[in-house]
Design a protein around this ligand. Sequence first.
Ligand code: BEZ
Length: 252
Amino acid sequence: MNIQWDADRYTSNFSFVHQYGQGVLELLDLAPGSSVLDLGCGNGALTKALREKGYAASGMDASAELLAVARQSYPDIEFALGDATDFTLPEPVDAVFSNAVFHWIDAERQPDMLRCVHEALKPGGQFAFEFGGHGNNRRIHAALSAAFAERGYAYRMPFYFPTIGEYAGLLEAAGFRVTFAALFDRPTELVGPDGLKDWIRMFVKTPFAIVESEADRAAILDQCADMLRGELCVDGKWYADYVRLRMKAIRE
Ligand code: BEZ
């Protein structure tokens, strides 16, 4: 994963991540009591929602900070520390669910992740997920790239945002049958008058490692806000230009 999480700020200012995840839950078609792994469960809010749908849900995440929040919030749910690209389960499950996680995994590691998910599922098991798809945050990354270049820095895109075709191919190569796929725009309201800058500070950390001074960092953020105000700020509210890739596949 390409990030170090700030669990408190993630839960207080970026709760839309799990609120929007409710739509993905609807893709699961399971009997009550079915076992479900929430892969990249973060603060556990959607693991809890899976429980509320009657499933025997457990969570896994690579962030000890977010898992601590999940365990404190939902002490009756089992949460395990684990890497989505390198995990095994003691028993296979009926379904694997994931929201807003896979764009953090480099393209080269996606087949490893899909192999782990395949092994974690019973034959016929369901895999339902959503993450950033092709074109996600295109305007934000274009503005960052321009602001970096103006100061002599190369902006390295830290996310993986595939097309439906690309990801369906990976799923099929890993032994899944794709039964649903959608790529759709979902402009997402950000919190507060500095919503865009806060979003960048929270989620786009690794490209800034090469920026040499705090003054340059601040100037890049200011320039991005100036460049994007006309497109992404409406009546004083900032919106991120999200594009979601939502899919369901069956383990063959
Ligand atoms: C997303 O959910 O699409 C996303 C969130 C933070 C950074 C990049 C993508």
